[in-house]
Design a protein around this ligand. Structure first.
Ligand SMILES: C[S@@+](CC[C@H](N)C(=O)[O-])C[C@H]1O[C@@H](n2cnc3c(N)ncnc32)[C@H](O)[C@@H]1O
Length: 251
């Protein structure tokens, strides 16, 4: 569904049907998904410009449009990426699309199983935890229904990162006075019948995921407000954004 929303070609009739149903409830859902993906691109480029050349992408989804390794390699062509997802179709697509790519690996795992992710031979081969890593948790942490478990998992990954590492986070929130509040609620309700259901969380909870790290400017903001490409001023509360996003650095 997400791939369809952001304009990718790796989706099935059932994805399109459900995505269209979601769009009926929240017509700007596609803009929200694209805004998240564009944030991810700007954030990865920022990490690469800071010298990060390896990434652990938790809940990576289906490789679509520009993938994370392509984003990073715009700046550092030798960048390595481990994609982690627990959804078998996303993993199968990733294998098909990225299988032959050097410096790129796919791990089929639940990101909550931190030890399994880290001990996976693909992770061990591609990532060196003595060096800075870009830990990506975009549009994925909210699929973990238990807030304490999600926070503990993020804390565990964070604790393993070397200085100079960056954490890239985007997370659905309902903690805002946006006109899509009720409609987003309806879409989130709908996701309860899908393989992954989404749990929105407060600004405070989302900010706490990055505790102990140095927040990069402009802090925790709507994805389209995070270092926008365009010089055009961005509204403080863009009507289509339903997430909060940030990049933070480990000192
Ligand atoms: C909306 S996509 C986000 C893709 C990408 N991170 C982005 O921001 O463009 C969320 C992905 O998280 C994956 N996911 C959900 N729960 C997960 C879990 N417990 N472990 C690993 N992946 C998970 C889903 O299968 C889905 O592919």
């Amino acid at each position: 569904m997400y791939d369809y929303l952001i304009g990718g070609a790796c989706n099935f009739a059932v994805d399109r049907e459900w995505a269209e149903r979601a769009i009926e409830r929240m017509p700007w859902l596609r803009a929200a998904a694209r805004s998240n993906r564009a944030f991810l691109r700007r954030a990865v480029i920022t990490c690469a410009e800071a010298g990060v050349r390896q990434y652990l992408d938790l809940g990576s989804g289906i490789p679509t449009g520009e993938s994370v390794h392509q984003m990073a390699r715009r700046v550092l062509p030798d960048s390595r990426v481990v994609y982690v997802d627990n959804e078998e179709v996303a993993v199968a697509h990733s294998m098909l699309t990225l299988g032959g790519e050097t410096g790129v690996g796919i791990v089929e795992a639940d990101m909550r199983h931190v030890t399994a992710v880290l001990r996976n031979p693909v992770t061990r081969r591609l990532l060196n935890f003595e060096e800075p890593i870009g830990l990506l948790m975009t549009a994925s942490l909210y699929y973990l229904p238990d807030a304490d478990e999600a926070a503990a998992m993020a804390a565990r990954y964070k604790s393993l990162l070397a200085p100079g590492s960056h954490v890239v986070l985007s997370h659905t929130t309902l903690d805002q006075r946006q006109r899509d509040m009720l409609e987003l609620g309806a879409v989130l309700e709908m996701t309860k019948s899908l393989t992954s259901s989404a749990t929105p969380r407060s600004r405070e909870w989302i900010a706490a995921v990055l505790d102990g790290l140095e927040m990069l400017d402009p802090g925790l903001v709507y994805p389209s407000c995070w270092r926008p490409d365009s010089a055009r001023p961005v509204d403080d509360t863009p009507w289509h954004d339903s997430m909060l996003a940030a990049v933070a650095r480990k000192a």
